[in-house]
Design a protein around this ligand. Structure first.
Ligand SMILES: Nc1nc2c(ncn2[C@@H]2O[C@H](COP(=O)(O)OP(=O)(O)OP(=O)(O)O)[C@@H](O)[C@H]2O)c(=O)[nH]1
Length: 204
């Protein structure tokens, strides 16, 4: 299902709060972005995927809250400004058999973290196609080190082999999105208190 792109909200369903999380998938071509998305949404691996660029939705109940995952499976290797603004969390995917796709992730990280206004949205780096060990050209350590140096989470998965890996990735990212929002709220609260105390003093 295609959803509105600017729906960064927490909405009420009956008297229950529904949390929206906009998740952007980026990465080189052919690394398995669609495979991971479809695995998470349908539990299936269908092998071939069309190139329709869409935002898909799925609602899961996590910790007693309905979480609506809006997933943008991007067809571009360079993230656009609109995509970066939209995203609450990002998944950068490479194939463990394709060193070039790992370099693309590095470039994307530079774009996300190194801009004039570095984004503070949580990012996960995902090495896909773990089932193809014999063709591996990027070691797990390299992936983990890159993630560590850029304050990202890291997973190696096989969209072809299991549903569990895809589930772990999307759920971990939503946990980070919720933590980031809670932190922002706390920081905004503290700033408000500081402003009201020191602002008053200045006015007196
Ligand atoms: N062996 C293996 N093949 C995979 C895996 N994930 C995806 N593939 C295959 O890799 C190819 C590309 O997968 P897609 O999901 O279309 O990759 P994508 O990153 O969305 O590609 P673009 O739409 O071109 O950007 C397909 O033939 C998939 O069947 C995996 O975990 N293991």
């Amino acid at each position: 299902m295609v959803v509105e792109l600017n729906s960064r909200v927490e909405v009420m369903e009956g008297n229950q709060q529904r949390v929206e999380a906009n998740i952007l998938l980026l990465g080189a071509h052919n690394v398995g972005k669609s495979a991971l998305t479809v695995r998470f949404l349908t539990r299936r691996f269908i092998g071939e995927y069309g190139d329709i660029e869409s935002v898909y939705s799925r609602v899961d109940r996590i910790d007693g809250q309905n979480i609506c995952f809006n997933i943008w499976d991007s067809q571009f290797t360079q993230a656009g400004e609109k995509q970066l603004q939209w995203a609450d969390g990002m998944i950068l995917v490479y194939s463990i058999c394709d060193r070039g796709s790992f370099d693309v992730v590095r470039q994307q990280l530079q774009q996300i973290r190194g801009g004039r206004k570095p984004s503070s949205v949580p990012v996960l780096i995902v090495g896909n196609k773990r089932d193809l060990q014999r063709y591996r050209s990027v070691s797990s350590e390299e992936g983990r080190l890159l993630a560590l140096s850029q304050r990202c989470g890291f997973f190696e998965v096989s969209a072809a082999e299991t549903y569990h890996g895809a589930l772990l990735v999307f759920h971990r990212l939503v946990d980070l999105v919720r933590e980031t929002r809670a932190l922002r709220k706390t920081n905004a609260g503290v700033r408000g208190i500081v402003r009201s105390v020191f602002g008053k003093k200045r006015a007196e």
